[in-house]
Design a protein around this ligand. Structure first.
Ligand code: NAD
Ligand code: UDP
Length: 313
């Protein structure tokens, strides 16, 4: 008898990362249930799978329980851009807590493995650089980012307690800034803002003096890491990201120089609690998953610029 295909649940599957993950799982012949409340996700991101016999789309909010029969849960549902998670911070906290609680409950009931999309934001404004997994972070528990930072910290804590109490098989992925096609035009994150502004000939908006740094990972590299991680025997937390660190001003200059339009840099007020530096230590991912990002920033930026160009022109 042939073994039946793996049944995957992808929460947040209509979002940026979720839809790329859905593509990867579908292309490898697995079954996928995509669950989303469409807060920041779009049907167009997964429209190409609608009608496929291995694909199902469910409109549902993870803050409410749901009963499904699945083997693997990829729990990505949560807005990721600061403007989106700060839009209704209490809802973001509920999504992080109740959403993860409901998905862990489901994992326990059906004996599924669960991967949590956690974040480098659990390190807050780090005073250790680059950030290793053992670093416990510097988070402002009452700041405007705390619904997300603290929400994800609590989500990680819940995962570990489910593992200790119920032997639930968990994977905690601490994802660092990731970019690529399917980011929303009005997503508010750096790469989408800068690329859209440069295509439209607008000034590039820099919050603060632009000396703050980030390390950006191209989406294909990140999805590869998530798949390897789910199939490994390590629970994490595991840093997943590209250690190529750049200041915001360096990125702005790179994009300005590539633009055919006469664009300028526009300095705006610094954001509250904006982390000053961020770069992952990925030694653990290298040894545990035999993974490291392959796509250099310049290349990933070109692919993403082409995507936005197509939408905007
Ligand atoms: P995104 O906003 O594009 O996708 C999030 C998806 O979750 C959207 O489709 C949204 O509609 C859905 N969603 C939000 N709240 C929900 C709820 N209550 N119930 C059901 N669905 C809900 O963001 P993304 O960049 O694709 O991020 C996906 C996950 O990865 C998030 O958990 C985020 O915290 C994590 N992450 C992303 C990054 C990054 O740079 N992209 C970095 C660190 C962590
Ligand atoms: N940023 C900026 N201009 C923008 C958008 C973002 O200068 O138009 C800065 C932001 O202040 C932060 C960095 O770029 O220091 C990354 O921001 P993003 O929202 O992409 O991710 P996060 O802050 O969550 O790492």
């Amino acid at each position: 008898m042939r073994s039946s295909p793996c049944r995957n649940l992808v929460t947040g599957g209509a979002g940026f990362l979720g839809s790329h993950l859905v593509d990867r799982l579908m292309k490898s012949g697995e079954e996928v249930i995509c669950l989303d409340n469409f807060f920041t996700g779009r049907r167009t991101n997964i429209a190409h799978w609608i009608g496929h016999h291995s694909f199902e789309l469910i409109r549902h909010d993870v803050t409410e329980p749901i009963m499904l029969e699945v083997d693997k849960i990829w729990h990505l549902a949560c807005p990721a851009s600061p403007i989106h998670y700060q839009f209704n911070p209490v809802k973001t906290s509920k999504t992080c807590f109740l959403g993860t609680y409901n998905m862990l409950g489901l994992a326990r009931r059906v004996g599924a493995k669960i991967l949590l999309a956690s974040t480098s934001e659990v390190y807050g404004d780090p005073d250790i650089h680059p950030q290793p997994e053992y670093y416990r972070g510097n988070v402002n528990p009452i700041g405007i980012r705390s619904c997300y930072d603290e929400g994800k910290r609590l989500a990680e804590s819940l995962c570990y307690d489910y593992m200790r109490m119920n032997n639930t098989e968990i994977r905690i992925a601490r994802i660092f800034n990731t970019y690529g096609p399917r980011m929303l035009l009005d997503d508010g994150r750096l790469i989408s803002n800068f690329l859209v502004q440069s295509i439209l000939g607008e000034d590039l908006t820099i919050y603060g003096d632009g000396t703050q740094t980030r390390s950006f990972c191209f989406v294909d590299d990140l999805i590869e890491a998530l798949i390897l991680f789910m199939n490994s025997s390590n629970s994490g937390p595991l840093n997943l990201g590209n250690p190529e660190e750049l200041s915001i001003i360096e990125i702005a200059k790179m994009i300005k120089d590539k633009s055919k339009k006469n664009i300028r840099l526009k300095f705006l007020d610094q954001l509250e609690d904006d982390p000053k530096r961020r770069k992952p230590l990925i030694d653990l991912a290298k040894t545990e998953l035999n993974w490291e990002p392959k796509i250099p920033f310049k290349k990933g930026l070109e692919i993403t610029r082409d995507y936005f160009n197509e939408i905007l022109n």
